[in-house]
Write a protein that binds this ligand. Structure first.
Ligand code: ZN
Length: 57
């Protein structure tokens, strides 16, 4: 009777090169000092899939 709305798993959109590991990195935060690693790190965010990464110097 009642329609059951299935929660579809979040299918990844066409990520283009992202699926091959080629992300469109964009610096999301300014460089800052990472206390854990004890060095300056830069935060990146992929504009396509939203993956984030932190890169040290
Ligand atoms: Zn990506």
């Amino acid at each position: 009777m009642a329609d059951i709305l299935e929660f579809r798993p979040r299918k990844p959109r066409r990520l283009g090169l992202c699926q091959y590991g080629h992300h469109a990195w964009q610096i999301s935060k300014d460089r800052r000092f990472d206390v854990k690693s004890g060095k300056l790190v830069t935060h990146f965010r992929c504009t396509r899939c939203g993956t984030t990464k932190v890169e040290g110097t």
